[in-house]
Design a protein around this ligand. Structure first.
Ligand code: NIG
Ligand code: FE
Length: 416
C-alpha cells in the first residue's frame, strides 16, 4: 500500500539527516518545503520534494497508489507526546472544584485525594474496563495529531495493581496505531499505610515491584515523582539505581514543587528526560548542559494548576534543548491536546512557533527514545503524519489555539 500526498502547501520539519534533537538557537530553525509532495510506501516515508520535481513514473511499481490532494493544506510529522498518564480509572472533576475553591494540589494530596484517590479507584476497576477507558483516550489523542505516546503506570501503588496498569499499556501497544513506550512509576505517591514509614514503601518498589516488572518485560523506562512532599532525592537515588540494574532507563518527574535536587539525581543516572521543571536555577541549567538528558516542560499542568512557569527561554538561551509534552492525567492536566500545548508554549512561555514545533516533535521523540524512527519528515522514518485543514501557514496552528485544524491522520502509512 502506498500513498502519494500532492500539492502540499507546506511540508513541515523536513530533515534529510536529522540530529537526535535540536538545542538552543537551532530550535528556531524549521525546515519547510513549499508546494511539496510526500510519498509513503509500506508504512515508511519513502520520498519527498518539490511538486515541480515529482515524476509519477517513479511510482509505477507500487501495489496500490492512492493520491491525496493536499492543496492549501500543511503536512506535519505527528506529535510525539513523551509524558502521559492516560491509563487511569476515571476523571477527578470534584478536585477541580476543590481547587477553584482554593485548595492547592499538595493540600488535596495530603487529604488522601489526588493520586491516592485514583489508586483507590483503580484497585476497584477491572483490567478490561481500565483498558477500554485508556483505549478511548489513546484514540482521542491520535485524532488530535499525536502519533506516539509514553504512558506511565503509577496509579497502582502496590505490585499487583502496578502490573495491571502495565499490562493495559502493553495491550495499547498492540491494539492502537500509536507508537507507545511504557514507564513504571511505582514511586508516584506514598500510599496512606506507608505514610509513617516512607522507606518501607521504597523498599517494596525496589525489592518486589522492579524485579517483577522487569522480569515480565512490562516497562521500557522507570520514573519517580521526586519532589517536595513526595519522594526524596535519597529515595530516588535508590530506586533509579535498582531500575538501572534491571535495564530500566530513568525518565523522571522533577522540580515541579521546588528546587529539590531532582534534576541532579536524574542526570546522575543518565535520565532520558527530566520533566515538569517549574523550578530551575543556574545550578540545574549547568548540570543539564553537561548531559544528554532532555529538559521537558509540561505546560498543561502548569496552566491547569496555576503554577509558576518553567524558564524555557533561559534554558534555550543557555544552549539547552527543550521538549513540551502534555502530561495527560486526571489530576493536573486532563488534556492530551498537543496543539494546545504548542499554543501554551507560544503564549505563556514566549516560545516561537518554530521552537514549539521542534519541542513537540523531534525533541519529544528523543525524550521517549523513538527519535530514530519518528519526529521528523525523513526518508526511512515511520510514516506518522497529519494533514491540516486549509490554513495560511504553520504559524497559524499555535495561533488558532482553540480550533481543530486536523483534517487527516496517517499513522504507520495508513489513513485512520
Ligand atoms: O505529572 N506530578 C505528578 N504526577 C502527575 C499528576 C498525577 C495526578 O494528579 O493524578 C503529574 O502532574
Ligand atoms: Fe506526570
Amino acid at each position: 500500500m502506498s500513498l502519494l500526498l500532492t500539492n502540499i502547501k507546506q511540508l513541515i520539519q523536513v530533515e534529510d539527516s536529522p540530529n537526535r534533537y535540536k538545542a538552543g538557537e537551532e530550535m528556531k530553525k524549521l525546515s519547510v518545503i513549499e508546494n511539496a509532495f510526500l510519498y509513503i510506501d509500506e508504512g515508511k516515508i519513502d520520498d519527498y520534494g518539490l511538486m515541480d520535481d515529482l515524476d509519477y513514473d517513479q511510482f509505477a511499481e507500487a501495489d496500490v497508489l492512492e493520491e491525496i490532494n493536499c492543496s492549501g493544506k500543511l503536512v506535519c510529522p505527528s506529535y510525539c507526546d513523551s509524558h502521559t498518564h492516560i491509563v487511569y480509572p476515571s476523571s477527578r472533576e470534584k478536585e477541580f472544584v476543590d481547587k477553584i475553591n482554593g485548595l492547592s494540589y499538595e493540600e488535596i494530596a495530603r487529604r488522601g485525594g489526588g493520586i491516592l484517590n485514583s489508586a483507590k479507584l483503580l484497585h476497584e476497576t477491572s483490567e478490561d474496563e481500565l483498558f477500554d477507558q485508556a483505549f478511548e483516550r489513546a484514540i482521542e489523542i491520535a485524532g488530535l495529531g499525536t502519533g506516539a505516546a509514553e504512558i506511565k503506570s503509577g496509579y497502582g501503588l502496590n505490585t499487583e495493581d502496578e502490573m495491571k496498569m502495565l499490562r493495559v499499556i502493553r495491550r495499547l501497544k498492540y491494539e492502537t496505531p500509536l507508537t507507545i513506550k511504557s514507564t513504571f512509576l511505582g514511586a508516584h505517591a506514598i500510599p496512606m499505610e506507608y505514610k509513617a514509614d516512607q522507606t518501607k514503601y521504597v523498599d517494596l518498589v525496589i525489592n518486589e515491584m522492579i524485579p517483577q516488572v522487569a522480569g515480565e518485560g512490562l516497562a521500557d523506562y522507570i520514573d519517580v515523582f521526586c519532589d517536595k512532599g513526595f519522594f526524596t532525592v535519597e529515595d530516588t537515588d535508590r530506586i533509579l539505581m535498582t531500575g538501572m540494574k534491571y535495564g530500566l532507563k530513568p525518565k523522571i518527574h522533577a522540580n515541579e514543587l521546588g528546587l529539590t535536587g531532582g534534576i541532579q539525581v536524574g542526570v546522575k543516572y543518565g535520565a532520558l528526560s527530566v520533566d515538569h521543571l517549574e523550578f530551575v536555577g543556574d545550578e540545574e541549567i549547568a548540570v543539564l548542559k553537561g548531559s544528554e538528558t532532555m529538559p521537558t516542560i509540561l505546560p498543561g499542568a502548569a496552566f491547569f494548576l496555576g503554577m509558576q512557569l518553567s524558564p524555557a527561554r533561559k534554558m534555550m538561551e543557555a544552549g539547552l534543548p527543550v521538549a513540551l509534552a502534555s502530561d495527560y492525567n486526571p489530576g493536573s492536566s486532563p488534556s492530551g491536546n498537543m496543539k494546545f500545548v504548542q499554543s501554551l508554549g507560544c503564549i505563556k512561555y514566549k516560545m516561537l512557533p518554530e521552537e514549539v514545533i521542534n519541542a513537540t516533535t523531534i525533541n519529544t521523540a528523543y525524550a521517549m527514545g523513538v527519535d530514530e524512527c519518528l519526529g521528523t519528515i525523513t526518508r526511512g522514518k515511520k510514516a506518522n503524519v497529519f494533514i491540516t485543514k486549509e490554513v495560511s501557514c504553520y504559524e497559524f496552528l499555535p495561533y488558532a489555539y482553540g480550533s481543530d485544524l486536523i483534517d487527516t491522520v496517517i499513522l504507520n502509512g495508513e489513513v485512520i
